[in-house]
Design a binder for this molecule. Structure first.
Ligand SMILES: Cc1cc2nc3c(=O)[nH]c(=O)nc-3n(C[C@H](O)[C@H](O)[C@H](O)COP(=O)(O)OP(=O)(O)OC[C@H]3O[C@@H](n4cnc5c(N)ncnc54)[C@H](O)[C@@H]3O)c2cc1C
Length: 448
């Protein structure tokens, strides 16, 4: 009987496997795909660096040459308003640095590290069934040759990402309806980047009906490889007649900011899509098993939070398993209550930010405004952007008070909110109605 079986070797799976192996627990991590493989989720937060130091992974990332990210710019799609957030101006030493990562490279390095700590990570092994033994679990998987295997463990961590193997199986997953979004994205060479130390920052480009990301993944002198994507409402996808690549081109063209930065850019990857990803599972754990990271909940990626929250959740869940086995030789539902509470508290804090962005124009006014963002309010907001949500403060409450006041008594100038999807939705002048071919095109374009 193993101590733990982990489903999936993404950031949550590799982090939990590393922690368990470092505690000398027997851990088998089953990953359906062969690494390296593409995965979206490329902008990291400073809080993730703390996690990599805890895992002993940070040193191993240095030779991979990931770009330095010292902050984030939020700019409106028409280039009229911009807010710079530089972590080092506001936060303590260990929260001022982050990186951007090519996930194919990062995820493989994290698995190699887990293996070097003693975890048994197997690629090409898809979990097909789980039996709950109360306590303990029995897991069945298919290996790359198609043969079926079964193994038993004291605990199961389901780190299967948005697919949420156990969440779907047990019917625990709820889509967050008001956040049914659609992302379309690709990698480009030679996007125009900011200069100097700021060249590696993420730019979030805001519109009334969309937002974009620009994330440098590799920088070689004057050349770079950069991830560019756009998140829009799902109904726009449902009404778009063309291929995903045409949609992405159209959206880039619709933003002055993107247009200016991409005059010399060349697309170097397929255009991929991801839809309806905001969801949460309730409950997220039970006797001897827990959903971890995206498998438990996933929120809109505007604040680049998914990776960091997933790894933190993975670490504390793995520590809970180690503690429980040491104490009583088995793992109970109650052992996952603390990790789950901490994870969902963080998700809830970010949910306030995400809902603010989508649902309240006053939120963006305050977020981007220097007068509202004086001193401690600014520090509290930057702390959230850095991924340090455990010390959510009085000053964050003051920020939300400003947002509430701004709705009724404009305290700061309104930020421009240009629209970029007008004309895409059918029914309007020049609208592009849906076709069977278009739907097939979208169905073909998966991210993983
Ligand atoms: C459009 C978009 C943009 C994003 N941008 C960012 C960003 O900039 N920054 C950020 O921090 N986050 C971002 N995210 C979120 C980020 O991608 C995830 O939060 C992160 O990858 C979660 O890690 P995970 O380990 O929980 O899941 P995953 O990384 O999805 O890993 C799950 C693994 O489980 C495997 N698996 C699934 N089912 C099985 C099975 N049955 N058997 C075996 N293996 C299985 C999969 O192959 C996969 O490798 C973004 C997400 C989206 C949708």
């Amino acid at each position: 009987m193993l101590d733990c079986i982990v489903i999936g070797a993404g950031p949550a799976g590799s982090a939990s496997s590393t922690v368990l192996a470092q505690a000398r627990r027997s851990v088998l991590c089953l990953e359906a795909e062969e690494f390296p493989r593409f995965h979206i989720g490329e902008s990291m937060l400073p809080a993730a660096v703390r996690i990599w130091k805890r895992l002993g992974l940070w040193e191993k990332l240095q030779p991979l040459g990931f770009p330095y990210k010292g902050g984030a710019d939020f700019v409106t799609a028409d280039n009229k308003d911009i807010a710079h957030f530089w972590f080092g101006d506001w936060l303590e030493e260990d929260l001022k640095d982050a990186i951007q990562v090519d996930r194919a490279k990062f995820d493989k390095a994290a698995v190699d590290h887990a293996r070097s700590c003693g975890a048994d990570v197997r690629y090409g092994c898809r979990v097909t069934d789980v039996k709950l033994m109360n306590p303990g679990v029995e897991v069945t998987w298919r290996d790359p040759a198609g043969a079926s295997h079964t193994g038993c463990a004291h605990a199961l961590l389901d780190c299967s990402g948005i697919k949420s193997f156990m969440g779907k199986r047990l019917g625990l997953r709820r889509t967050i309806d008001s956040l049914t979004k659609f992302a379309v994205f690709a990698h480009y060479d030679d996007v125009k980047l900011p200069e100097g130390i700021r060249e590696g920052i993420i730019t979030v480009v805001c519109a009334a009906d969309a937002w974009y990301w620009v994330i440098p993944l590799e920088i070689h002198g004057r050349h770079n490889r950069t991830s560019v994507g756009c998140v829009i409402d799902r109904k726009v996808r449902d009404h778009w007649r063309g291929e995903p690549a045409d949609l992405l081109d159209h959206l880039i063209e619709a933003s002055v900011h993107l247009r200016e930065r991409m005059t010399r850019a060349k697309r170097v990857s397929p255009v991929r899509v991801e839809a309806d990803y905001s969801n949460r599972c309730d409950p997220s754990h039970g006797e001897s098993w827990s959903l971890v990271g995206d498998a438990a909940a996933f929120l809109d990626p505007i604040f680049s939070t998914g990776f960091c929250l997933s790894q933190r959740h993975a670490i504390i869940s793995a520590e809970a398993i180690d503690g429980a086995i040491r104490k009583r030789g088995c793992v109970r539902a109650a052992d996952f209550a603390g990790p789950s509470r901490e994870f969902f508290q963080s998700v809830d804090t970010y949910t306030r930010f995400v809902r603010g962005f989508y649902e309240r124009p006053a939120w963006l006014d305050c977020f981007m405004s220097p007068p509202v963002n004086q001193f401690n309010v600014r520090r509290a907001v930057v702390r959230v952007l850095a991924g340090d949500v455990h010390r959510v403060s009085f000053w964050l409450a003051v920020f939300f008070l400003f947002v509430r006041l701004q709705r009724w008594f404009p305290l700061v100038p309104r930020v421009s909110r240009p629209r970029v999807t007008d004309g895409l939705v059918s029914g309007g002048e020049g609208g592009r109605g849906v076709s069977g071919k278009a739907k097939a095109g979208f169905a073909d374009a998966g991210t993983r």
